[in-house]
Structure formats: structure tokens, C-alpha cells
Design a protein around this ligand. Structure first.
Ligand code: SF4
Length: 214
């Protein structure tokens, strides 16, 4: 296959973004939250779990745990019990507690606003940090999950499977102000149309520019 130039990839990424903007005007972060702290906790819980399940859990959790200090002062067993149904609950509860400790001790009890500081919190990878930056603070961030990875490979925007490499490649193709919404639109398209097991190519607004339909 002929090598595609950076300029062509940029053009394609912009076209995909425009089409998905039209197709999914309602694209948004599907996790319920009222502040960056809640979003951070919800995103840690969302690993290997549906957003619907996380929202059910956090609805009750956030009534009990409101501040970073609550996660340190209230019984850890209580936290584990409340997040149990999201799976991998011991690890998630440990990471949440570790992140809250770092927030209290190193950031004056405020969720930090930089990739470097967020990524340094226990259990917080680049994807989680980008979710918090983009959706919690309105600071451009491009979370790469399985939908973003799958769609970008199908659309020929990347040949990589590594989330961090894909993030940097997409950062290079799109203007910063589009990063967060581009990721959310791809996620919506992956959930609604380009499903992993059965992509609905016949009804896909990207079928004419998809490199690997089906
Ligand atoms: S054409 Fe098919 S494979 Fe390509 S993005 Fe659309 S649904 Fe996915």
C-alpha cells in the first residue's frame, strides 16, 4: 500500500471529525460526575467495567465519599464494598486511596491539572489523565481506548495498536481544541455503529473513507 503523507492523514482526520460531529452531536463523557475529583474516581472505576455500572456505583459512593480526605478517613473496607460490583475492586479501591493520599499530601487536596501530575498519581494512566483533563478541566486531552484504537486502525489514521503511540499520532493530526471531542465522537461511533463484533458498515457515515470495512 502506498505511503500516506502527513498532510493527507490530517485531511482525513479532519473529515472524520466533521462527519462524526454531524452524526453524534450528543457525544459526551458517559460517566456521571459533578467535579474533577468525582470524574477521577469514576474513571479509575471504569476500567474493565461499563459506564452504566460505574454510574450506578458512584451514585451511592459520592454520597458517602465527598472529599479526598473522606477516602483516607473512612474505613477502607467500606470503599471496597461500595465499588465491589465494578470488578477488580481491591486494586481499584487501593488505587483510589493512593491517588487521594497523593492529592491530599502533594496537591493541597485539589486534583492536579497537568498530565505529568495526574499521571504520577497511583492507578492513573494517560487515558485516565486525559479523561480528567479534557472532561473535568476543559484542558485538551485525547483519551485512547479500545474504540479509538479500533476505529483509527480501520480508518487508516494509524497502524499502531499501542494507545500512547496512537495518542501522540492523533495529537499531531488534529488541532488541540478538537482532541477531547474527537475521542468522545469515536467512542460514540464505536458503541453505536462500528461495534467490535458486528460493525454496521452499511449505515456508517465513514464507509466511503474507511480503509478496512467489515
Ligand atoms: S465502514 Fe464499517 S468498519 Fe469502517 S468505520 Fe464504518 S462501521 Fe467501522
Amino acid at each position: 500500500m502506498a505511503k500516506v503523507s502527513k498532510a493527507e492523514l490530517k485531511k482525513k482526520a479532519s473529515l472524520v471529525n466533521r462527519r462524526l460531529t454531524k452524526e453524534h452531536p450528543d457525544a459526551h463523557c458517559a460517566l456521571d460526575f459533578e467535579n474533577p475529583l468525582q470524574l477521577l474516581v469514576a474513571t479509575i472505576l471504569s476500567a474493565q467495567c461499563t459506564d452504566e455500572r460505574v454510574n450506578k456505583v458512584t451514585k451511592e459512593l459520592f454520597k458517602e465519599f465527598k472529599t479526598p480526605e473522606d477516602y483516607l478517613n473512612k474505613p477502607h473496607k467500606k470503599l471496597e464494598e461500595m465499588v465491589n460490583s465494578t470488578g477488580f475492586f481491591r486494586m481499584k479501591a487501593k488505587n483510589i486511596r493512593g491517588a487521594m493520599r497523593a492529592i491530599v499530601e502533594q496537591h493541597d487536596s485539589e486534583v492536579p491539572k497537568t498530565m505529568e501530575e495526574l499521571h504520577a498519581l497511583p492507578g492513573v494512566g494517560r487515558k485516565t489523565a486525559n479523561v480528567v483533563l479534557g472532561n473535568g478541566f476543559g484542558i485538551p486531552g485525547l483519551p485512547v481506548d479500545t474504540h479509538v484504537t479500533r476505529l483509527c486502525n480501520k480508518l487508516g489514521l494509524t497502524k499502531d495498536k499501542d494507545a500512547v503511540k496512537i495518542e501522540y499520532q492523533l495529537n499531531d493530526l488534529l488541532r488541540k481544541e478538537h482532541w477531547t471531542m474527537f475521542s468522545l465522537r469515536l467512542i460514540f461511533h464505536g458503541r453505536r455503529v462500528c461495534k467490535a463484533r458486528k460493525p454496521d458498515c452499511e449505515n456508517c457515515c465513514l464507509s466511503d473513507i474507511c480503509s478496512f470495512p467489515g
